[in-house]
Unconditional design. Structure first.
Length: 491
């Protein structure tokens, strides 16, 4: 945890109510934390992997590790909390996500009570009558489990969220950007009340501080009830596309979810869980929430415009961050979510030695392993008019932000720890190659991990990625082992 600074005569103790965001690395959490900070709240952001939070650049927020499946991590994360936002779900965990979510909610309810938390705010989903989707059933059950504890719970239920990174919005965006003609299931005629991300964040912040919202379940929705067909056409109009949408009844939501991996970069398990619930209408009965928190809500077109502008504005990154437009070659139509492949090797060598070897990439030792295969890829890029044979390194063994070599541009360097390279090849998508070096706790060994992130441009970008998965596994395994070997004095 990043500790509070001690009180001094010149710096009195911070007595503002503490808002703890559990699940801050997720979509809503990563947007809620900066909004809480912007509005002057005291914030502690938590996630299972604190390194992800460190890359967000949230100045003024405490950071802590918290895993709702590991009860031992929760007391310190919740200590002193007035409000705890529970934004945890396990859709990406596979078929067992409902049981995982139930255990996580039970652990969290007990820990919040022990820590003296005054209010839990839980973001759930709109629940239609008799839902068959396990995802929807699990979201409702999570709220029920949290309410079984003694801490008052305010549950805000929202349907589709319009904002960059929202899984449902990204599925819509990928479909429109990637498919000029769509043969779709009949669920495209289902009705929903999508809500703009800024409106939802405002609701979440407001209800946490309203006594009248305590213990209540509140629907949140936008001002328009529209079909998914209308959402896709509205997005297409704003980005200059005119998708042809043909709905056929034989394609059920479950059946259509199986081919999503071929047309969207949204993680397949998440997209499948969402789509299987789209046979229902999701119309929010939000009269109670609008009475508690009066505000002008953005309509569909205004919401999509705001999402497009927000996406284009996220141009600066300190390292690879999911969805950062700088890591998508400033192309908002490229997939927000990245496909990824990685490998790790470790050895009896110090971290500084490993990082020094990493920073020689593209130099005399080339890419450390199977250089002929890397050369072949560069040659193909050169034939296509790409920049893969540039030799503009400032120094043979050091790299800094802005340096370029072959098809790579250095976009981030954390000395001794991380090197992030942006790919500038001619390709149907945007790629990032990132090296992370970690010393082990025993001090005798260190590890190096290389990860490729790929933001596909349409179906061609997805085919490009899947065709290279075997090569990535071969290259990265050999590359990391070769880096460790060179750092240890071998060749």
């Amino acid at each position: 945890m990043t500790p509070d600074l001690p009180a001094t005569p010149d710096r009195p103790a911070d007595t503002r109510p503490l808002h703890v965001v559990v699940g801050a690395s997720g979509y809503i959490g990563s947007n809620l934390v900066p909004e809480l900070l912007r509005t002057g709240r005291r914030v502690r952001a938590t996630a299972r992997n604190i390194e992800v939070l460190e890359g967000r650049g949230w100045h003024g927020a405490e950071l802590a590790r918290a895993d709702a499946l590991d009860p031992a991590t929760l007391p310190a994360a919740l200590a002193g909390a007035d409000v705890a936002y529970y934004l945890v779900h396990s859709m990406a965990a596979g078929s067992n996500f409902a049981a995982i979510d139930r255990v996580a909610a039970e652990n969290f309810a007990h820990a919040a009570a022990a820590a003296g938390v005054r209010r839990i705010v839980y973001l759930g989903g709109l629940i239609p009558p008799n839902p068959r989707s396990r995802h929807l059933q699990s979201r409702a059950e999570t709220g029920d489990v949290l309410r079984q504890g003694p801490v008052p719970v305010t549950e805000v239920r929202a349907g589709m969220i319009i904002g960059p990174g929202s899984a449902a919005y990204e599925v819509i965006r990928d479909l429109v950007n990637h498919l000029p003609i769509m043969i779709t299931p009949s669920w495209v005629q289902s009705v929903s009340t999508p809500i703009a991300l800024p409106d939802l964040l405002a609701y979440l912040i407001a209800v946490a501080e309203l006594p009248e919202a305590q213990g209540r379940i509140l629907d949140a929705g936008g001002p328009e009830a529209v079909t998914y067909d209308q959402i896709m056409r509205c997005y297409g109009r704003l980005v200059g596309r005119q998708p042809r949408i043909l709905a056929v009844p034989v394609l059920t939501p479950r059946l259509s979810s199986y081919w999503l991996r071929f047309v969207t970069s949204v993680p397949t398990s998440v997209a499948k869980a969402l789509v299987e619930g789209l046979e229902h209408d999701f119309v929010a009965d939000d009269a109670q929430l609008r009475a508690l928190v009066p505000r002008r809500l953005m309509g569909l077109e205004e919401s999509i415009r705001a999402a497009i502008e927000a996406d284009r504005a996220h141009a600066a990154v300190a390292r690879w961050v999911e969805g950062a437009i700088a890591c998508r070659n400033l192309r908002p139509e490229y997939g927000f979510y990245a496909k990824r492949a990685s490998a790790t090797a470790q050895g009896a060598v110090d971290a500084d030695s490993l990082f020094r070897v990493v920073c020689t990439i593209g130099g005399e030792d080339g890419y450390f392993f199977a250089n002929w295969l890397w050369w072949l890829g560069r040659a193909v890029d050169w034939l296509l008019g790409g920049p893969s044979f540039r030799r503009d390194r400032r120094h043979p063994t050091e790299l800094r932000v802005g340096d370029v070599f072959d098809c790579w541009r250095v976009i981030a360097v954390e000395p001794g720890r991380r090197l992030t390279l942006l790919m500038e090849m001619k390709a149907p998508g945007a790629g990032v190659l990132e090296f992370v070096v970690k010393p082990h706790e025993d001090g005798r060994e260190s590890s190096v991990t290389v990860t490729a992130y790929w933001h596909p441009a349409g179906v061609a970008g997805l085919i490009h990625w899947y065709a290279r998965v075997p090569a990535h596994a071969f290259l990265f395994r050999g590359m990391t082992r070769a880096i460790v070997r060179r750092a240890s004095g071998g060749r």
